[in-house]
Design a protein around this ligand. Structure first.
Ligand code: GLN
Length: 271
C-alpha cells in the first residue's frame, strides 16, 4: 500500500508534473486537490494503486490529461471529452469572449459553430447568452455524440447537425458564425506533440488554410447582412485569414490576440 504523498513521489519519478499528478490522483480517489493536500497520509488500495500507475504511464507517454480524467474546463463549463474530439484550449476562450461582446445588443440571434467537436464554443455561447439560438455542426458522428452528451448534462439547448462544413447547411442564414477549424499545416513539427488528438480536427492542407478558406468562401451565403464571421487560426495566419475575408467581401476585418498575446482570431462583417 502507498499513501497519497508516496503516489506523488511515484508520479515525479514517472516524469509527470505535480499538478497533473494531483489531478490524476484526485481522479483515482474521487477526491479534490484540496482534499489531497490535507490528506497526504491517506492510503491507496491495490486497485487504486494500479489505476494510478497506468494513468501515470499514459500521461508520461503524452496523452492529454483531459482524456485521462475524461473532462476539461472551458469558459467556466466542465466538458466531457474523449479522443474523438480536440481538447478545448484556453486560447479559444478569446473567440467566445469576442462573440459574446458582439451578441450583447442582439435579440434572439441565430449563431452557428462550425466544427464544434466537444461542443465547447457552442455550449459556452449558449450558457453565457441564453437568448441566442445556437446551432453546431461537425462532420464526425463521434464528435457530435460527445457534444450531445455535454449539452444534455449541462442542460443547454443547442441544435446539433452532422455536416462536412457547408454540405448539410442548406439555405440557412445566421446572425453570427464562429469556428475553430483545423488549421495546422500538414507536416508541421508541432503535430508530434498532438498525436493523441484527432488529426481531422488539427490539420487542413499544406498551409493549414483549407478549412478556413472553405468556411470563408461559403459564409456570405449563410450570413445575414451585417452579421459577423469569427475564426480562430494559427499564430502566423492572421494576415492570410484577413486577406481571405477581404477577398470574400467582408468588412471591418479585425484580429484579436489570445491570452499569450498571439494573434489568434480574425473576423469580419458581411456587408
Ligand atoms: N490550437 C491547437 C493547437 O495548436 C490547434 C487547434 C486547431 O487546429 N484548431 O494546439
Amino acid at each position: 500500500m502507498i499513501t497519497v504523498a508516496e503516489g506523488l513521489v511515484q508520479a515525479r519519478h514517472a516524469g509527470v508534473d505535480r499538478l497533473d499528478a494531483q489531478l490524476l490522483l484526485g481522479h483515482v480517489l474521487g477526491r479534490s486537490r484540496s482534499w489531497l493536500l490535507a490528506n497526504d497520509d491517506a492510503a491507496l488500495d491495490a486497485t487504486q494503486q494500479q489505476h494510478l500507475r497506468q494513468l501515470l504511464t499514459r500521461r508520461a507517454g503524452g496523452e492529454p490529461l483531459a482524456y485521462l480524467v475524461g473532462e476539461k474546463e472551458f469558459h467556466g463549463l466542465t466538458l466531457q471529452v474523449s479522443p474523438a474530439v480536440l481538447v478545448p484550449r484556453p486560447d479559444t476562450e478569446t473567440l467566445v469572449d469576442w462573440a459574446l461582446e458582439l451578441l450583447r445588443g442582439a435579440n434572439d440571434p441565430q449563431v452557428l459553430d462550425m466544427g464544434t467537436g466537444s461542443g465547447a464554443i457552442a455550449l459556452a455561447l449558449k450558457h453565457a447568452c441564453p437568448r441566442a439560438r445556437v446551432s453546431a455542426l461537425d462532420a464526425s458522428a463521434e464528435a457530435l455524440a460527445v457534444a450531445r452528451g455535454n449539452a444534455k448534462r449541462l442542460q443547454l439547448d443547442i441544435e446539433l447537425l452532422q455536416s462536412d462544413w457547408w454540405q448539410g447547411v442548406g439555405g440557412r442564414r445566421f446572425d453570427m458564425i464562429v469556428s475553430n477549424p483545423p488549421y495546422i499545416a500538414e507536416g508541421d513539427a508541432h503535430l508530434a506533440a498532438l498525436q493523441h488528438e484527432p488529426v481531422q480536427a488539427l490539420t487542413s492542407g499544406v498551409h493549414g488554410l483549407d478549412a478556413l478558406g472553405q468556411i470563408i468562401s461559403g459564409a456570405s451565403q449563410h450570413l445575414n447582412t451585417g452579421a459577423w464571421l469569427l475564426l480562430e487560426h494559427g499564430h502566423d495566419q492572421a494576415a492570410a485569414v484577413a486577406s481571405l475575408l477581404v477577398t470574400a467581401g467582408f468588412g471591418e476585418v479585425t484580429t484579436r490576440p489570445d491570452l499569450s498575446g498571439t494573434p489568434r482570431c480574425t473576423g469580419g462583417r458581411r456587408a
